[in-house]
Design a protein around this ligand. Structure first.
Ligand SMILES: [Zn+2]
Length: 79
């Protein structure tokens, strides 16, 4: 086994509705210190905040979709 360390990152998995294949989007991590002063941070945990991209593109067939997580759209469809 290699002695190099694989650094894991948060990611979102989604399935393409055009070609049916699996895709992964790397999560956008914001450090808690960056957000403090910009928004009210009421989470005392020392964890980073994770965002997902508003639009995703299938790496297999290049179809483009608005993204949602837990059924919530990041942006409104009529914008
Ligand atoms: Zn696809």
């Amino acid at each position: 086994m290699s002695e190099l360390i694989a650094r894991l990152h948060h990611a979102f998995r989604w399935d393409c509705d055009e070609c049916g294949r699996e895709n992964f989007e790397r999560a956008i991590s914001l450090e808690k210190g960056y957000l403090e002063g910009k928004i009210t941070v009421d989470n005392d945990e020392d964890s980073d905040y994770v965002l997902y991209p508003a639009i995703v593109v299938c790496e297999h067939c290049t179809a483009q979709f608005l993204s949602s997580f837990n059924g919530e759209l990041e942006i409104e469809e009529d914008e």
